[in-house]
Ligand binder design. Structure first.
Ligand code: HEM
Length: 78
């Protein structure tokens, strides 16, 4: 079983599509790479910003967690 690397919140924060090109978001401790998603262009998705743990904001979403299925999990928040 492949062990997932851990990233600090600071390392996650850099991957906001602004400081660095990568666009990462965290949900329930898992970090997903949504760089390829047009819906997360420049790290913005409606009123939500990448580079952080968005678990607490997920209640606002009109969709369920199936949206994560097609994205690569890159690691866990330390
Ligand atoms: C006001 C809140 C939000 C709205 C209105 C919203 C709306 C949407 C819509 C309409 C889609 C397309 C769904 C589809 O293709 O079936 C989507 C996709 C997605 N949403 Fe949200 N969302 C919200 C919050 C969030 C939050 C908080 C997260 C992350 C924790 C999130 C993560 C995603 C992801 C990963 C996708 C898939 C993108 C893709 O397929 O390229 N959304 N969202």
């Amino acid at each position: 079983m492949e062990t997932m690397p851990f990233f600090t919140r600071e390392q996650l924060a850099l991957r906001n599509g602004q400081d660095r090109e990568e666009v990462w978001i965290a949900y329930k401790g898992d970090i997903y790479d949504v760089t390829k998603s047009r819906m997360w262009k420049d790290g913005k998705h409606y009123e939500h910003w990448a580079g952080q743990d968005l678990t607490g904001e997920f209640d606002d979403a009109p969709h369920t967690t199936y949206v994560f299925d097609k994205f690569r999990k890159v690691g866990r928040i330390r």
